[in-house]
Design a protein around this ligand. Structure first.
Ligand code: SF4
Length: 366
C-alpha cells in the first residue's frame, strides 16, 4: 500500500468546513502516519527548523471574578496565589527589554480580568505603545473585549489578542459558567474586525473526551479566518482548583492534538504552550515534529512554571532549531535598516563609466 493510501483524503489547503467525521478519522490514524502527514503539511507553510518565541508576563495577577475551573487566578479557589495589582508601565517595559535580550520576538501581557474596565484602557494602550517601540510584536490577553476596546488596542499598535475557546462547546459548561461560548466567539469577532491577529486555542487534559478535543479544533478551524496563533495547552493541575485531581492525559494524545491542529490550520503558528515543564525533551521534540512551531520562553507562564530559558536554548541546539525572526518595527531598527540600504547603494562611479577617459577597459579588467 502506498503512503498516500494510508492517509485519508487530505490536502494542505486552508479550509473552514471540517466535519466531525474527518477529524475523528484523523484522531484514529496510526501515530506515524499522522505525524508524517502533519510534518508534510508543516513543511508546505513553514521552515521546519524554526520556532517562534514569545514571552508572557502577568500584568495583573489573581482575584479574577470568573470561575474557569483550571485557573489558579480565579478568586473562587483557594490556591494560595498572591494577588498583584496592575503592573506599572515602567516595570512592563523593563521585562519586555529582558525578553527581547533573551531572543523573544513577541511580548504577551496578560491580566486576570473578566474584561478591561474603561479606566484601565489608557494604561494598557500605553503599555502596548511602549513595548511596540522596543521593536517587539505585542500581544495581550485581558478577557472579553468590546468592539470599541478592540479598536483602541489596535490603534495603540497591538498585533495579537489572545482569547482561548478552551474546549468544545459541549464540554465548555463543565469548565466555565460565568461567560458563554458565544461571549468568547464575539470577542474573537471584535478582534478580527479591528484588524488584529487572533491568538486562540485551548486546554487539553481537563477530563474532556477525544470528541471534545476534536470539537475544539473544529471550532477553531471553522472560524471565518484561522487564528494566526493556536496555543495548545496541557492542563497544569494546581492544588486548590477543581481540576486538581483530574486524570492525566496520555502524552501521545497530546501530540496527536498538536498534529491535527497543524493539519487543520496549516498556515497558523501552533504553540506548544502551558504544561511544557512537565514534558521531557523527547516529547517536546515530537511536538515540534507534529508541527508545533511556537513556544513561550521564560520561567513563568502567568502563574505556573515553565522550563528555564537556558534549557530551551539547549534543546533548540540539540534539535538544530532556530528562533524565528520577526521584523523589528522600532525607530532605531528603521533608521539602521535605512543606513544599511544607503550603504548598499552603488556609487555613481559604479553606475557610469567616464566617457572622457581615453582607455576602454578590456574584458579581463571588468
Ligand atoms: S482563565 Fe482568565 S478569565 Fe478564567 S479565571 Fe483565569 S484569569 Fe480569570
Amino acid at each position: 500500500m502506498t503512503i498516500a493510501a494510508n492517509v485519508p483524503h487530505l490536502s494542505a489547503d486552508i479550509r473552514h468546513n471540517w466535519t466531525s467525521d474527518e477529524v475523528q478519522q484523523l484522531f484514529s490514524m496510526p501515530f506515524n502516519d499522522l505525524l508524517f502527514k502533519a510534518q508534510t503539511v508543516h513543511r508546505q507553510y513553514f521552515d521546519p527548523n524554526e520556532v517562534q518565541v514569545s514571552t508572557l508576563l502577568s500584568i495583573k495577577t489573581g482575584a479574577c471574578p470568573e470561575d474557569c475551573k483550571y485557573c489558579p487566578q480565579s478568586a473562587r479557589y483557594d490556591t494560595g496565589l498572591e494577588k498583584e495589582r496592575l503592573l506599572e508601565i515602567e516595570k512592563v517595559i523593563e521585562r519586555a527589554k529582558e525578553a527581547k535580550a533573551t531572543g523573544s520576538t513577541r511580548f504577551c501581557m496578560g491580566a486576570a480580568w473578566r474584561n478591561p474596565r474603561e479606566r484601565d484602557m489608557p494604561y494598557v494602550t500605553k503599555m502596548v505603545e511602549e513595548v511596540k517601540k522596543l521593536g517587539l510584536e505585542t500581544c495581550m490577553t485581558l478577557g472579553m473585549l468590546s468592539r470599541e476596546q478592540a479598536i483602541a488596542l489596535k490603534q495603540a499598535g497591538l498585533d495579537y489578542y489572545n482569547h482561548n475557546l478552551d474546549t468544545s462547546p459541549e464540554f465548555y459548561g463543565d469548565i466555565i459558567t460565568t461567560r458563554t461560548y458565544d461571549d468568547r466567539l464575539n470577542t474573537l469577532q471584535n478582534v478580527r474586525d479591528a484588524g488584529m491577529n487572533v491568538c486562540s486555542g485551548g486546554i487539553v487534559g481537563m477530563g474532556e473526551s477525544a470528541s471534545d478535543r476534536a470539537g475544539l479544533l473544529i471550532q477553531l478551524a471553522n472560524l471565518p479566518e484561522h487564528p494566526q496563533s493556536v496555543p495548545i495547552n496541557m492542563l497544569v493541575k494546581v492544588e486548590g482548583t477543581p481540576l486538581d485531581n483530574v486524570d492525566d492525559l496520555e502524552p501521545f494524545e497530546f501530540i496527536r492534538t498538536i498534529a491535527i491542529a497543524r493539519i487543520m490550520m496549516p498556515a497558523s503558528h501552533v504553540r506548544l504552550s502551558a504544561g511544557r515543564e512537565n514534558m521531557n525533551e523527547q516529547m517536546q521534540a515530537l511536538c515540534f515534529m507534529a508541527g508545533a512551531n511556537s513556544i513561550f520562553y521564560g520561567c513563568k507562564l502567568l502563574t505556573t512554571s515553565n522550563p528555564d530559558t537556558h534549557e530551551d536554548v539547549l534543546l533548540f541546539k540539540k534539535l538544530g532549531i532556530n528562533a524565528e525572526r520577526t521584523r523589528d518595527f522600532s525607530d532605531e531598527a528603521h533608521e539602521q535598516a535605512l543606513q544599511e540600504e544607503i550603504a548598499a547603494q552603488p556609487s555613481a562611479a559604479d553606475l557610469f563609466y567616464d566617457a572622457t577617459a581615453t582607455k576602454t577597459p578590456s574584458v579581463t579588467e571588468v
